[in-house]
Design a protein around this ligand. Structure first.
Ligand SMILES: [Zn+2]
Length: 84
């Protein structure tokens, strides 16, 4: 059995894919995209950003400007002690 030329329907398939891609890229066919501009998500990320932008406070030595994981005093003590 011999297959002559290209696969049957390949050209049609390629044309279909082009049409499909054009359809997907057409904003008129995707009204939901513009209708909902990710209001919830941007709000959420802004809130979490302000949380991280808050002044750090070390709970170990109770001093500001650094977190406990950046604390030199806390980092100086042995790991064994830290867990207890
Ligand atoms: Zn500290």
């Amino acid at each position: 059995m011999k297959v002559k030329g290209s696969y049957p329907g390949l050209k049609e398939f390629a044309e279909f894919m082009v049409k499909e891609t054009e359809r997907v890229c057409d904003p008129a066919m995707n009204p939901d995209k513009d209708k909902k501009p990710n209001k919830e998500n941007s709000k959420e990320s802004r809130r979490s950003y302000s949380t991280t932008a808050k002044k750090p406070r070390c709970i170990y030595c109770n001093k500001e400007n650094h977190y406990i994981d950046e604390c030199k005093k806390f980092g100086a003590i042995p790991v064994k002690e830290r867990q207890e």
